[in-house]
Write a protein that binds this ligand. Structure first.
Ligand code: B1M
Length: 211
């Protein structure tokens, strides 16, 4: 019988080939894609998140682990669609208008995926209208805004204001993050939450939209 802990361990070790091989073997033995994801891939990324918060892992280790997780996800995602299994929820993420920094945003995005969220990544320099357009489609429950520049932090407020003006603000929870961003700023602009790092972003997402 497949040992899903081995998949988790391979994710933590960032061993992409081993994750792919073990995932393929588990699927071949008839283990359900949700079990592979929850008890293998997500379980591994959860440990990576804990280590990252504790400064035992740094950005490169997290990126390598996320890459390994993706190798497994690529195998089980098509099967997941067949079983009709649902993600934890859908989150729209982007770096706000005027800001081109994407490394932290990508890290948050990957941790959210590792936490079972489906991520719609709008990339960088995302105009408030673009966020509004995607939210208006009604699929997402959560919006994650990233900013790395003090000069682009006001774009976060502009984005939330645009949501209010378009009448979609109450349909969605918004949380923000990035090096210059604080909880105080989140409160000031009417965001629902703030997360200081990528691992905390998963906790915040789960807190804002409980399972
Ligand atoms: Co820029 N840059 N940069 N830069 N850059 C900073 C941010 C800066 C602090 C450097 C400095 O002066 N010391 C400074 C900002 C100063 C300020 O506003 N206070 C700065 C500046 C000024 C600029 C330019 C204006 C420079 C210029 O052209 N004169 C320019 C602006 C371009 C633009 O965006 N319009 C610019 C350009 C660039 C590059 C393109 C060269 C490159 C970006 C490449 C890329 O992202 N693809 C770049 C880089 C790499 C940096 C530094 C060196 C590193 C940023 C980074 O990726 N960190 C940065 C200095 C520094 O931080 N040491 C700097 C690693 C990353 C993992 O951390 O992004 O903080 P971070 O993400 C963390 C958390 O913040 C959090 O989780 C992540 C992981 O834990 N987080 C979230 C992030 N988003 C979150 C969202 C969440 C929750 C958590 O929820 C939604």
């Amino acid at each position: 019988m497949a040992d899903l802990q081995k998949i988790a361990d391979a994710v933590i070790a960032g061993n992409r080939e081993e994750v792919a091989q073990l995932t393929q073997a588990a699927v071949g033995e008839g283990v359900g894609p949700s079990d592979v994801i929850n008890q293998g891939l997500i379980a591994g990324m959860a440990v990576v998140g804990v280590k990252f918060k504790a400064n035992e892992f740094y950005v490169p280790e997290v990126l390598i682990a996320a890459r390994a997780m993706h190798a497994g996800m690529d195998i089980v995602k098509p099967l997941l669609a067949e079983t009709g299994a649902k993600p934890r929820g859908i989150v729209v993420i982007g770096t706000v208008k005027g800001d081109l920094h994407d490394i932290g945003k990508n890290l948050v995005s990957m941790m959210l995926e590792g936490g079972g969220w489906e991520v719609i990544d709008l990339d960088v320099d995302v105009a408030p209208e673009k966020f509004v357009e995607v939210i208006s489609q009604g699929k997402a429950q959560l919006v994650a805004l990233s900013a790395l520049l003090t000069t682009t932090m006001p774009s976060m407020k502009d984005t939330i204001d645009a949501m209010s003006a378009a009448g979609v603000r109450d349909s969605i929870k918004v949380f923000i993050g990035g090096a210059p961003v604080t909880q105080e700023y989140a409160d000031e602009i009417g965001a629902d939450g703030y997360a200081p790092d990528a691992a905390s972003a998963v906790d915040k997402a789960n807190e804002l939209i409980p399972a």
